[in-house]
Design a protein. Structure first.
Length: 114
């Protein structure tokens, strides 16, 4: 029986890594003003959730592929969300000339005064 370093890494480490990745994404969403950075931070949060699904799936059973299936669909959905977000970012950049969220909001308020 050979001792492998991968046997020492449990699902606990993957969950801690996913929690840290989720909070990095959350901090990016809260503190970033650039729209592309916000979209990438949301992608970090999606990837953290996917890592949780895979770690729980491997923890429950070695033959259970439910977590991996959810991750495949979630990855496809997050890619679509990112593509739509980049499309809207391009439209906002063409309309307002910036991708800074605060400047877009202030220009939008000036246009739509009631």
């Amino acid at each position: 029986m050979s001792h492998n370093i991968l046997n020492c890494i449990t699902t606990y480490y993957y969950q801690i890594d996913a929690i840290l990745l989720f909070f990095v994404g959350l901090l990016g969403v809260v503190f970033s003003r650039n729209l592309i950075k916000i979209l990438l931070s949301i992608e970090f949060m999606f990837n953290a959730i996917n890592l949780i699904f895979v770690s729980f799936s491997s923890y429950i059973s070695n033959n259970s592929y439910l977590g991996y299936t959810v991750v495949i669909f979630s990855t496809a959905i997050s890619a679509l969300v990112l593509a739509v977000g980049l499309y809207f970012t391009n439209i906002l950049n063409q309309k307002f000339g910036t991708i800074d969220v605060n400047k877009i909001y202030s220009k939008y308020k000036e246009i739509n005064k009631c």
